[in-house]
Design a protein around this ligand. Structure first.
Ligand SMILES: [Zn+2]
Ligand SMILES: [Zn+2]
Length: 243
């Protein structure tokens, strides 16, 4: 028995069309609500939250790596990231002039994560390494304050003078090397400039501290020591010479 076609506007017509409309709306919402997580380019607030959360996780779980920034962008919500939208805070991206240093920091953290995969690494050592990360993060916060506190009078001119012509070479398979190449291709303070010494000292101190943790942990005759020494020599950022 065939069912008669409903007249336009009847209840039956609305009932049949509703699931379809709902599907379209749901699909639209789904497409608009596929958040993107920025793991390299957090906003200033998420940068601080990511660092704090990472240390909190370390203190409760005792294993600090790998570190990653977390700043979620849901285009359905707002121009703000989700964290700033929910906290009703200002969503301010890290200053452009910091991008090169941000990649330096990420390169160093990626390099450190490799250490924690070396067989024989123990929780005590990773706790020590986490403290070293706290120091380097503190130095990066100082760089951030330097840029946000209007210490650089003419930021546009400053940026124009800090645009490297360097291009990232294709096919760099090692993550921290790749991040270091990205750093070279982005604006940042040059090592001969003022106000960069504390950052370079922090990087050098970080390398020396990690080296000391490794020396204390592994016997010089152990099987892992060759790999450790090689990795120490593979630090991504060229360090200032010390005499
Ligand atoms: Zn964010
Ligand atoms: Zn934000």
């Amino acid at each position: 028995m065939s069912t008669p076609s409903p007249s336009p506007g009847s209840k039956r017509t609305r009932t049949e069309s509703t699931p379809s409309c709902a599907r379209v709306a749901a699909e639209h919402r789904r497409q608009m609500s596929m958040p993107v997580v920025h793991t390299e380019t957090p906003c200033s607030a998420c940068f601080r939250v990511s660092v704090a959360n990472w240390f909190a996780a370390h203190e409760s779980a005792g294993f600090p790596v790998p570190f990653a920034f977390y700043c979620k962008q849901d285009t359905d919500q707002s121009r703000k990231c989700v964290g700033c939208f929910e906290s009703k805070g200002n969503c301010i991206q890290l200053p452009v002039g910091l991008i090169g240093h941000r990649f330096e920091l990420l390169a160093v953290l990626a390099w450190l994560a490799e250490f924690c995969r070396i067989p024989g690494m123990v929780p005590e050592a990773t706790s020590e390494l986490a403290l070293k990360v706290r120091n380097i993060m503190g130095a990066f916060f100082k760089l951030l304050e330097q840029h946000q506190a209007n210490e650089i009078a003419d930021y546009a001119s400053w940026l124009a003078n800090h645009q490297p012509e360097y291009r990232v070479p294709l096919g760099n398979p090692v993550k921290w090397h790749y991040l270091w190449e990205r750093s070279r291709a982005c604006p940042k303070l040059q090592y001969s400039e003022e106000n960069v010494n504390f950052w370079m000292a922090s990087l050098a101190n970080f390398h020396n501290s990690v080296s000391a943790v490794m020396a204390a942990l592994f016997d010089p005759t152990s099987a892992e020591i060759r790999r450790i020494e090689q990795h120490l020599g593979d630090f991504p950022v060229p360090l200032p010479l010390t005499f």
